[in-house]
Design a protein around this ligand. Structure first.
Ligand code: PLP
Length: 450
């Protein structure tokens, strides 16, 4: 037998080696204010003090089918017992990755049939850009390599993904910013003053068109966009935004990359949101998170037959790969996760329960400091204001989102603070009673801090 560390709560007391993500590391050092989650089941998690909490953020927008699902755990174990690891490099492949690629080709819209696996959303987004640069090089247009993104976007933390992300996420940090141009943020409530929503949309499209003209379409490989911005504050664009952006892309021969890392796999009531919710078929869809419901790290860059045809033409090797692309255990987890979603009709269920969630949270707008409750289905953001009329924000130092999140946690709900916004992205299996409970906890917690 091997000697494994015993994972009791005691180990947390000496936890000064783990470097946390997107955290104030100095504050952690001073206060040690971590929340250790030690177990999870269904819609709930348990912290190291034994408190049971509703997982209002689904791990991190990812545990779509809920925690502790036996079917996925068994599929991972069975796969590891049969084949623990083999890569998808060179001529090697294995049944789990091949079956999953086939399944994703069936689920994805239009002619998006070819799948490149990675191990995170960041890697999926980087891969899409590398693939498209390679595509245009092969077409004899090597200068077509830049990226159009948007203020407010979140596309990940690798060197290219963070450059595509909104600049607030990399303040003072170096990045590949010579590669990326950011268009305006499509947030009507905050940015659309004095305009109708239709005029605001026209203005956004004009910004896109003018930016392309200025940079030169001959220099731009792709436009990347989340159907609904997530970590940028849950921004639902004006009706018709993605369709019109897609039309502009086609007119200028710029590829449309949909970052569906969050919006796919049921969160908006469909396996993919691009076509079914927003009426547009991109050239590439990137996804991760809900693909395995977070049980294993896996991402997919799903590309059109047309792109694949070019990158698989004669004379040239596809010089791109991650050791764990299409890892057997991750692929098995995704196959079981998708089968569960189909069997339990989770996306269909979300079309009802997600709407109830939306309505329950929207009711919080009657509170004086709630400026806007926005989102769709199981993606929600609550923006706090010090003055409803002017939409003025609380001073940053007040940490309003964090204060409400702390109160919510004390009442049994994990929500994610993001400055003056509170984010909810729960598991997709919430009962109606749990949805009502979340609404009650949020109301009490917001009233607490007023
Ligand atoms: N894209 C979107 C829309 C995301 O929300 C995230 C992560 O939150 C990413 C990309 C990056 O994914 P990962 O953290 O798996 O690299």
């Amino acid at each position: 037998a091997i000697d494994l560390p015993v994972l009791t709560r005691d180990i947390l007391k000496s936890d000064d080696h783990l470097v946390q993500s997107f955290a104030d590391l100095n504050a952690l050092k001073q206060q040690g204010a971590r929340t250790a989650i030690v177990s999870a089941k269904g819609t709930m998690v348990t912290d190291s003090d034994g408190n049971e909490l509703i997982d209002g953020i689904g791990g991190l927008w990812c545990v779509n089918v809920g925690h502790g699902r036996r079917e996925i755990i068994d599929a991972i174990r069975d796969q590891l017992e049969t084949l623990d690891f083999y890569s998808t490099f060179y001529t090697f492949t294995h049944p789990a990755a091949a079956a999953l690629a086939q399944k994703l080709g069936q689920l994805a819209p239009g002619n998006l049939n070819k799948v490149y696996f990675g191990n995170s959303g960041s890697v999926a987004n980087d891969s899409a850009v590398r693939i498209l640069q390679h595509y245009y090089r092969r077409l004899g247009r090597p200068e077509k390599r830049l990226v159009l993104s948007r203020n407010g976007a979140y596309h990940g933390s690798t060197f290219l993904a963070i450059a595509m992300t909104t600049p607030e996420y990399s303040k003072g940090w170096d990045k590949a910013d010579n590669m990326v141009h950011h268009l305006k943020k499509p947030h009507y409530w905050r940015e659309g003053d004095g305009m109708s929503e239709a005029e605001f949309l026209d203005m956004l499209m004009e910004d896109m068109r003018a930016s392309i003209e200025r940079i030169g379409a001959e220099n731009i490989a792709c436009f990347i966009a989340e159907p609904i911005m997530g970590a940028g504050g849950v921004i639902v664009p004006p009706e018709g935004y993605h369709r019109r952006a897609g039309d502009i892309c086609r007119a200028y021969d710029i590829k449309f990359v949909a970052d569906e890392v969050v919006t796919a796999f049921g969160r908006l009531g469909h396996f993919f949101a691009s076509q079914d919710v927003f009426g547009t078929t991109p050239d590439i869809i990137n996804t991760a998170k809900g693909l395995t419901s977070g049980y294993q790290p896996l991402s997919a860059t799903i590309m059109s037959d047309e792109i694949h045809e070019v990158i698989s033409g004669p004379d040239g090797v596809f010089l791109h790969g991650m050791t764990y692309s299409g890892h057997p255990a991750a692929s098995a987890a995704a196959l079981a996760n998708i089968a569960l979603m189909e069997q339990e009709q989770i996306p269909e269920r979300v079309r009802t329960t997600g709407k109830l969630f939306e309505k329950t949270l929207k009711a919080l707008e009657d509170i004086e400091i709630v400026g806007e409750v926005r989102g769709s289905h199981f993606m929600a953001g609550i923006e706090f204001v010090s003055d409803k009329q002017s939409k003025a924000l609380f001073p940053e130092a007040m940490n309003i989102g964090m204060k409400v999140a702390r109160r919510a946690q004390a009442r049994g709900l994990i929500a994610r603070p993001l400055g003056h916004i509170l984010i909810l992205s729960p598991t997709l299996i919430l009962s109606e009673a749990e949805i009502a409970r979340i609404g009650d906890i949020l109301r009490e917690s917001i009233l607490d801090v007023m």
